[in-house]
Ligand binder design. Structure first.
Ligand SMILES: C[N+](C)(C)CCCC[C@H](N)C(=O)O
Ligand SMILES: O=C(O)CCC(=O)C(=O)O
Length: 364
């Protein structure tokens, strides 16, 4: 281990020498334009070691001479910020909410289409609110698919799935799914059966004529998962570990994927993805029968928290208002309805949502 003193933080950092050499940012090792490394790891000698080193007088840089003759220069802040322990200190902007809490923030979640279109600051505020609360609205959007698409493309690219890029649905049985009916849909996330579930979902009610019902509701899964973790840590642990198979079957499509209800980051322990769809579960064959009792107990407890009325934000979406929500965090559903109801919407890939938030300087 190679020890350096980080003056500013008054800390000793112990660095693996291979790691240090692998982070050389000189022009020979790293392309500053494409931000890509330029060498094959095997090109570095196996016994790479620091031969000589010193800090610059201002304490900002570390200069190293290696045993193969290569010279490197490191920004000490860069080294400090690259350490695993320091990642844990990074800011998590997400604010878990119950319905009373989100209602008091409602105005911060609403953006007018004309502002979204004309102002980069408005786009930034929208994406930030989406990162914080997992749900935002765009208002004063002409109630058609084309304008919904235009509004979303102003911010994100659209994800293509077998439902289409933009999808428009009613109770016409265009796909083999309960969404294409008038039935109640309990809290769920979409695409539990995809290897990579959509990161965001967009919905816009284009019309609801001659009928009642069809309200949408949203529940902050992050808040529900924290509640489970705080009051029933053992159940939480089980739900982060047990993989639940899901599937989607219709002519020409057979999607299948298994993953836990709660996915946590292996380094920070942060909750990074929630998946839930009680309807789209496939045969549950990923757990020995002896562990089933505990699993069902945990699952039912979590569902009780999710279905607690205090956590549910219910609303009747009106033509003209688009809702965008985090499909990795916020559970959504709808009440059954009568009459003619048409919805339009789309998905956005997680990676595109995160990239946009990074470009705007909202997340690391
Ligand atoms: C949104 N759209 C109507 C296109 C599809 C709905 C799919 C719902 C499906 N059971 C799932 O959870 O993914
Ligand atoms: O019909 C709706 O409002 C929502 C449908 C839904 O939950 C879905 O498509 O995933």
């Amino acid at each position: 281990m190679f020890e350096i003193k980080c003056e500013k933080k008054n800390e000793i950092l112990k660095l693996n020498q291979f790691w240090l050499r692998d982070h050389c940012r000189c022009l020979q090792c790293y392309n500053q334009v494409t931000k890509q490394r330029k060498y094959n790891l095997l090109d570095l000698p196996e016994d790479i070691a620091v031969k000589d080193w010193h800090n610059t007088e201002d304490g900002k840089l570390l200069k190293v001479k290696w045993n193969d003759g290569h010279c490197s220069e490191y920004d000490l802040d860069f080294i400090y910020n690259s350490q695993m322990d320091n990642i844990k200190l990074r800011n998590d902007l997400r604010m878990p909410w119950k319905s009373s809490e989100i209602l008091s923030k409602e105005n911060d979640l609403k953006f007018k289409l004309s502002h979204v279109v004309s102002s980069e600051d408005c786009v930034k505020s929208l994406v930030k609110a989406l990162v914080q609360y997992g749900i935002v609205f765009i208002e004063q959007v002409p109630a058609n698919t084309t304008m919904t698409e235009m509004a979303i493309r102003r911010i994100f690219p659209i994800m293509k799935t077998f439902f289409g890029e933009m999808f428009t649905f009613s109770d016409a049985p265009d796909h083999a799914d309960t969404a294409y009916s008038k039935d109640y849909l309990g809290p769920h996330t979409d695409n539990t059966y995809f290897c990579d579930a959509a990161g965001l979902q967009v919905l816009h009610c284009l019309q609801h004529l001659n009928g009642t019902g069809g309200e949408n509701f949203f529940i902050d899964g992050l808040n529900a998962a924290y509640e489970l973790k705080n009051f029933h840590p053992e159940f939480f642990d089980i739900l982060t570990k047990v993989s639940i198979p899901a599937e989607y079957i219709e002519t020409g499509q057979y999607h299948k994927h298994s993953a836990p209800l709660i996915r946590t980051d292996s380094i920070t322990g942060d909750i990074i993805q929630l998946r839930l769809n009680v309807y789209d579960r496939a045969m549950f064959n990923t757990l020995p029968q002896r562990d089933m009792q505990k699993f069902y107990e945990s699952f039912r407890k979590f569902l009780q928290i999710i279905q607690n009325p205090a956590n549910k934000w219910c609303m009747k979406l009106q033509p003209g208002t688009i809702v965008i929500f985090d499909n990795w965090r916020v559970y959504h559903g709808r009440h059954s309805y009568t009459g003619h109801r048409t919805m339009t919407g789309c998905y956005v890939q997680r990676t595109d949502f995160r990239s946009k938030a990074r470009v705007l300087g909202i997340i690391d």
